[in-house]
Design a protein around this ligand. Sequence first.
Ligand code: NG1
Length: 420
Amino acid sequence: MIHHAASAGSDDRNQAGLVKTFEAHFDGLPTHRSRAPGRVNLIGEHTDYNHLPVLPMALQRSVRIVLRPRDDDLVRVVNVDPEFEPVEFRIDDDIPPATAGHWGNYVRAPAQHLARRFGVARGFDGVLDSDVPVASGLSSSAALVCAVGLALERISELGVDAQTLADEMAEAERYVGTRGGGMDQAISMTALEGHASRIDFAPLRLQPIPVPPEWRFVVADSLKRAEKSGAARTAYNQRTVECREALDGVGAELVRRGVLESAPVGYPELRDGVGWDEALSAGEGVLDDVLLKRFRHEVTEARRVEEAQAALLRGSAETFGALMDASHESLRSDYEVSSPDLDLLVSMARDAGALGARLTGAGFGGCIVALSDTAHADGVIEELARRYYDGRGVSGRLEDRLFVARPSAGASFDLLGAQP
Ligand code: NG1
């Protein structure tokens, strides 16, 4: 029997510990707290970089920084986890990066970006901790970038709203050599407690949708890291290129068929111009096997997001679960981003009574998300604990790898002592 951590999360952590660490490293006390959550994507995977919709929710797990603004441009951040060495740099238009993959680059990223965009030049001393599992498809990196970015924005009193800052933070991540689709920063900055959000891109639009209180999203980590700096990133980037090639091929074919006068500039324009059926038929006529598979995933996943949004709005958990199952199958066979461990976890979750399950995040490792209800969530967790995790040598606490995700609020910045 495991003690599952439906309630484990940032708010339960010991803030006094953070303050104490601050006092040990810097003179005096911190004055503010910046916090940004990780997220779990419920459906709409590998669609954001094609500006097609997604449906994520923020987690109760977050990056938190207790901090004190400085009067100069220095940023000093100590991570309570000794595995991550302290970071120190001056805010500038060109901040020299640490080695690739170093966590400090996610602190430098928003600083350089906000310096370039808004002339931000005021730094802070801070102590940081995070309970968002790293490299698991739960957006620990976006949470870090958003927590630092929000702190810098507030310290300089720029008056940038959360949605704009989300867009800026998606840009900021280019500093680390990657550019995701913008979903992670958008949900981390703007989420509402008790809600998931349907997100559309270019321009960013968010529609919060209440999650029925009896729905339970179980997150389970395959224990295989999906490192953004390694092979998973190469495969991710390759998918973005394939999607572009597929779009160009389909666009050219539709022009050749006389259906369109000019090729659509993006996926939303293709959808709005001819509809998915016509687009898919053009794709079937012209794309090679691999590109057709990638294209079919984009089309079917975009449709599933629409249907999932409707199912969420009317509280139909069975339909939502079936759509999650279909999403996983498409990610496995057409998009080819699953792994034997993710497939195993998904099927075990279904065997244990989940209404649907799928990989979440970029794939190639990381987590799955399974939908259950209040009556069955504990059973799903206990089954997965027994069948998947027993004997796999989980390092650390199992409840950091297997937990119920609570739809939580987005990033916040407060005076210390002012938050509940
Ligand atoms: P993860 O693997 O959770 O970091 C990545 C991208 C998202 C999105 C998903 C796939 C980054 C920072 N995030 O998420 O934007 O494209 O893959 O849906 O690259």
